[in-house]
Ligand binder design. Sequence first.
Ligand code: SF4
Length: 269
Amino acid sequence: MSAPTRPSEPQFIPVSTLVRTSVCPVRVYLERHEGITEPPEYTIAKQVGYHLGALAVSDGSAASESEVVSSVGSPQVPDCNPDPHVERIWGEIRLVRPDIDDSMKEYLKGCIAACRGLAWEAPVAADVSCTNRKYGISGRIDWIFSKKPAIGILRAGRAPTYGVWKQDRIRAAAYLLAAEEMEQLNDGGHSLSEVRIAYIPSGIVRTVAPTASDRRSLLAALRKAEAIYRGETPQAPPDAPCDRCPKQESCTRGAGEPQTLFDRFFRRG
Ligand code: SF4
């Protein structure tokens, strides 16, 4: 986690931390001194993202782009005839992440198959850092486009049947806020209101316009994250996803605050 180890230092709160806080601030608190390892799925999706332009034209059947764009992938090429895109991108991934397991190559093949033929507008910039000093948040925008929606972010998970996931609505609101002070994106005083989200394993790009409710959720997460950075212990939300949380052992859900070392070693059982 990128939370500060010295809370007294001024810090920007990353967008990813805000999204995680919106899910469960207790988990963010418990993981505040742990390093967050990038999931291999994200490493792969990110690398595929650099090649969407080449994949779009690789079979000459790019679909036209609309406000909500979807694309169906073509069948995978049999292993006896290696796909040059797969081999090239896998080589890059091995360079970026030498420890990646070979089994993840199947995930890469699925992403490439899904994204082949995807209508894709070439971005004007990629991996652009942004900070909002007023709110103290920071992020890294995956793509900036010349046309609206100007901000694009990628996800390593599959798209929902319709729209975007709730967390991605908050993520989009956070990126819009983080980008508010970027002159490149806000010329003429017109603030941005939409974000493109590319679900790489699905080969789907959707546009989301965060609602007032999404922005309220973002501000609530910001307040909670700021409190965590100050060293305060958060409350568990009623809808925290405890059933799939890796911190179950060290968290007393419903007790109001995370376990202390005394709780963990002397009150168990
Ligand atoms: S067990 Fe539940 S309350 Fe505790 S950190 Fe995980 S999600 Fe949050």
